[in-house]
Design a binder for this molecule. Sequence first.
Ligand code: NDP
Length: 448
Amino acid sequence: MSQNTSHEYDLIVIGAGSGGVRAARIAAGLGRRVAIIEEDKVGGTCVIRGCVPKKLLAYAGAYSKSFKAAPAFGWSVQAGFNWKTLKANKDAEISRLNRIYLKLLADSGVELFTGHGRLTGPHAVAVGHKTLTAEHILIATGSHTVCPDIPGIELAIDSDGALDLDELPSSLAIKGGGYIAVEFASILNALGVNVHLVYRNDPVLRGFDMDLRVFAQQAYRDNGINVINHADVMAVKAVGEQKELALSNGQSLVVDQFLCATGRRANTRDLGLHEVGVAVREDGKILVNREQQTSVSSIYAVGDVCNDYNLTPVAIKEGHLLAERLFGGGNRYPEYDNLPTAVFSTPEIATCGFTEEQAKAECGEIEVYTSTFRPMKYAMSDVPDKTFIKLIVHKASDKVVGLHIAGLDAAEILQGFAAAMKAGITKERLDATMGIHPTSAEEIVTLR
Ligand code: NDP
């Protein structure tokens, strides 16, 4: 695409999270003049208040099982846990990553503007007292947590608050049964918090494979989480330093903290979308076509603000490929089939492709292979945790169309198999693959 010199920039990106930063850096690397606007810390939800700090806390939680297994391996461990140390180290690591992001932007020649970006025209964005202009504008403002408007909801924390707690509570209740609910339930339970998970349906993790959901929910219970199904938190009130929750089943819970984990909504507040004519969907997300283009041809969007996945790698891919198409003659588009995803709960969950229910609907006749086993790491100890694997094969073509894992290292195991599924691997080719022994992953190439 030719360089248009009538604008100051070739690209203005609003939002310096995963998708925005990637698009900005790729465009700048292709020699384009790029500005990026961020009102908070550069790095976005993933780095500052999402995936990265959450994973650090998940690592902290995982030590509790390792300590439990340690005596069987001859270790005597006197474990003690200090939340303030973890929080300080986690905060320092996030600051380090934030500085790396700032340096990456600066080194690639992207100009950073701090403040709230607001569209003022198809090629113009106001930030503070300045108005910047560009041939193309990219909205990559991400999403924020949303909590239903129940009485006393102001007493709740969201996942941002849970990552930032000054003190580890002795008890906590969670409303919701999705990614964030089960991840925080597992982390805090492992760190010694008495956790109640209140979910309006049964089992948790709607959208995942049913066998996986049943296995995971039972494991959460076995780990000591009080999972309360078919119930919802209807109201919250303060009782001294604690919170009393009224549940829809008539029960009440008194806890130190109440975490609301009921989903996320696109960040479109005061972006000037309506004034400039950028169409949004009913759920508030920006409407885009295959080109990531909004209803205004010079304005694009990537990531949580427009897609249904809320996953960092998806935002990065959308931003990267868009910048290549706009400025580098690229013709690649994000592919959303066989999209792997992981839930960093205990057990860790990783999944790719169809659930059994989806496979039946999409493929007709299928074959299902499952295996439940005790991972070697725990075999000598009294940690009872098991791993569950489920493989789904399209009978007519022999193609692997679904893989679901719950257990130790599930996400690390699945990533490579997701690449194989993307390449169209068949069950026959899986069977022809030699296992790596002794691992949990080898189970996947020996399923019968
Ligand atoms: P999810 O959409 O995953 O789950 C929301 C949960 O809240 C569901 O269990 C839902 O119940 C419940 N819920 C929604 N509205 C209400 C309500 N009004 N009253 C009671 N319960 C309600 O959202 P999360 O907040 O957990 O996470 C947001 C997104 O962020 C995820 O979808 C995911 O894409 C992303 N994410 C990814 C992670 C990862 O990759 N590891 C980690 C964390 C987040 P029901 O099922 O009945 O609808």
